[in-house]
Design a protein around this ligand. Structure first.
Ligand SMILES: [Zn+2]
Length: 291
């Protein structure tokens, strides 16, 4: 039985996983479709992160609401299957030993395949956005997710709505924002951290979108703004973009800096694989039992 994520955070730094989507893609599998088309491959990516030292796994259910699945793949009727199997693959990969987070994403993400669902100026769109998340959350909870992760939102107003949907469950909620400056609706990282923890987020933080260096500076601003645990999950690319990958040893150094800043939930995103997590685990003194 997995430990409670908030209990783990009380005991010390918790190491999460790396960039599931890109890692799967680099192995030749596109998500979320591969969750059902090649579940063994997705389970293996999770297993490799767990073996490397990830104490928490994040189901790769990003981009898996009804409308997003329908617009991109014609898979609107497979919400249950994709989200359920997404959680199951992560649970199986760690033998149920690590808490598994169920990911949710902005309804504005993927707007290249259709209009964004959430429109800040149209209250009827808020209802539609809630319905998308509610449907996905029900499956994630039923499938055994241990906590919920509305992640990589670029707007504070939208993520607050999603958080409200998540808080209807009994599960802890972590909200890592996808921002390097201000949100599209003008909030700073400190303002986001305060608003979200005020709304009941159990963990706030930052994910993807930035280099380890810039995300560390911003996560420290969040740390100073709130009392709840703060997460830091940067990309594994330097300022030069995708041609400048951060090495595992460099990520390990950043992980130590993040821990020294009082960041509690340490992980990584696009461009980082099990080798990065392994180096970070060693630096942080985390020893994971292998399954
Ligand atoms: Zn990412």
């Amino acid at each position: 039985m997995a430990k409670h994520i908030l209990e783990m955070l009380k005991e010390g730094v918790v190491l999460s996983d790396g960039g599931m989507i890109l890692e799967a893609r680099w192995r030749g599998y596109d998500t979320p479709t591969a969750i059902v088309a090649h579940p063994e491959a997705i389970r293996q990516v999770h297993r490799d992160f767990f073996h490397a030292g990830s104490q928490v796994l994040e189901a790769v259910t990003w981009f898996s609401s009804r409308t997003q699945l329908e617009r991109r793949f014609g898979w609107g009727d497979r919400v249950d299957e994709v989200n359920r199997m997404g959680v199951q693959m992560a649970v199986e990969a760690c033998g149920g030993e690590a808490p598994v987070g169920g990911c949710l994403v902005s309804t504005r993400t993927g707007s290249w395949v259709g209009d964004p669902i959430f429109d800040p100026d149209d209250p009827s769109s808020h209802k539609r956005a809630r319905a998308e998340w509610d449907e996905q959350i029900e499956v994630l909870v039923d499938a055994g997710a241990d906590f919920l992760i509305p992640e990589t939102f670029h707007r504070l107003d939208e993520v607050r709505l999603c958080l409200e949907c998540c808080k209807k469950t009994d599960l802890p909620v972590m909200v890592p924002m996808g921002m390097t400056g201000k949100t599209q609706d003008g909030a700073s990282v400190a303002e986001c951290a305060r608003a979200l923890s005020g709304d009941g987020a159990d963990i706030v933080g930052l994910v993807c979108n930035g280099t380890p260096e810039e995300m560390l500076k911003l996560a420290a601003e969040m740390r100073n703004a709130v009392d709840v645990p703060v997460g830091w999950q940067p990309n594994g690319f330097g300022p030069g973009g995708k041609n400048t990958r951060i090495s595992p040893d460099e990520m390990a150094e950043y992980a130590l800096k993040a821990a020294a800043e009082g960041i509690n939930f340490i992980g990584a995103c696009c461009g980082t694989g099990p080798s990065h997590i392994r180096a970070m685990a060693e630096a942080l003194g985390i020893h994971q039992e292998s399954v």
